[in-house]
Design a protein around this ligand. Structure first.
Ligand SMILES: C[S@@+](CC[C@H](N)C(=O)[O-])C[C@H]1O[C@@H](n2cnc3c(N)ncnc32)[C@H](O)[C@@H]1O
Length: 257
């Protein structure tokens, strides 16, 4: 199958051409609850999840970023139902993360607190095979020497050498990332940083990263930036063309004439 391209088609057609256990990582965001208008395309959620399970490598991860609509004062809960369906299909729920949007401009209903986050469900096909946790939170005792000795309940101490505490510790699973201000002709674009940090966390250079609902091409862009291979599917011709235009300069930069 051709790599490093975006197919203008339903992702089910793209996945039908993939071998079993082909993809290392999926980072994607589905068209949740018709919250945005995507020209009325139908979204076959259950078939897509079953196909994702087939094409993921053992230990591969699917990052599913999603939110719910509120209809007549009642949140749909679609994100939870989707997460449980992933589990029914065999995926592990590796983690439930939150994307907090400090600059969110979706205020939601006047009867609720300000709408300011999305779920980031991290599913794995069995135990996750690649986990490169980002360590960028300054550690309180970073750089200081700590005692290595451990005391057992019996009162006996292990003699372990003292060690220097790492400067940085791993992040929390709530990520604070501003919503981008440039939309590249698409109503629901990921910030580059969000897609990039998932790619760094759950894949290695050279791995195949797939976005079955590519939108403006953010996942493809960040896969190139981080030296991964990518595949995208996007059902809308306009969005697919915009995404290809967006990533073209990156290829030209890497392969100058
Ligand atoms: C939430 S947006 C993704 C935005 C993307 N993460 C970005 O950074 O631009 C969902 C996209 O999925 C596309 N889409 C919906 N159903 C699809 C399907 N069955 N196959 C491929 N693309 C689909 C929509 O046209 C829309 O562009």
């Amino acid at each position: 199958m051709e790599l490093n391209t975006i197919f203008n088609e339903n992702c089910l057609e793209t996945m039908a051409r993939m071998d079993d256990e082909f993809i290392d990582l999926v980072v994607t965001s589905p068209p949740y609850d018709n919250l945005k208008d995507y020209d009325g395309y139908t979204f076959e959620f259950e078939s897509i999840v079953k196909e994702l399970y087939r094409v993921m490598k053992k230990g591969g991860i699917v990052v599913w970023i999603v939110n719910d609509a509120t209809i007549k004062g009642n949140e749909t809960g679609t994100s939870f139902k989707q997460a449980l369906f992933f589990k029914e299909c065999g995926f592990f729920l590796h983690d439930t993360m939150i994307w907090f949007k400090p600059n969110s401009f979706n205020f939601g209903s006047n009867y609720c607190y300000r709408q300011s986050f999305e779920y980031m469900f991290i599913f794995s096909k069995g135990k996750a095979k690649t986990v490169n946790l980002i360590k960028d939170v300054p550690a309180k005792l970073g750089g200081q020497t700590a005692r290595g000795a451990r005391k057992h309940s019996s009162g006996v101490r292990d003699e372990v050498p003292d060690f220097v505490v790492d400067e940085f510790k791993r992040r929390d699973n709530v990520w604070f990332v501003n919503v981008g201000t440039k939309n590249h002709g698409h109503p629901a674009i990921f910030p580059d940083e969000l897609a990039g940090d998932h790619i760094l966390s759950w894949s290695n250079p050279g791995d195949i990263v797939y976005d079955p609902m590519m939108g403006s091409g953010t996942v493809a862009k960040m896969a190139i930036v981080h030296q991964r291979q990518f595949i995208g599917s996007e059902i809308s011709e306009d969005y697919a063309n915009n995404a290809l235009e967006r990533i073209r300069p990156l290829f030209e930069h890497q392969n100058p004439q």
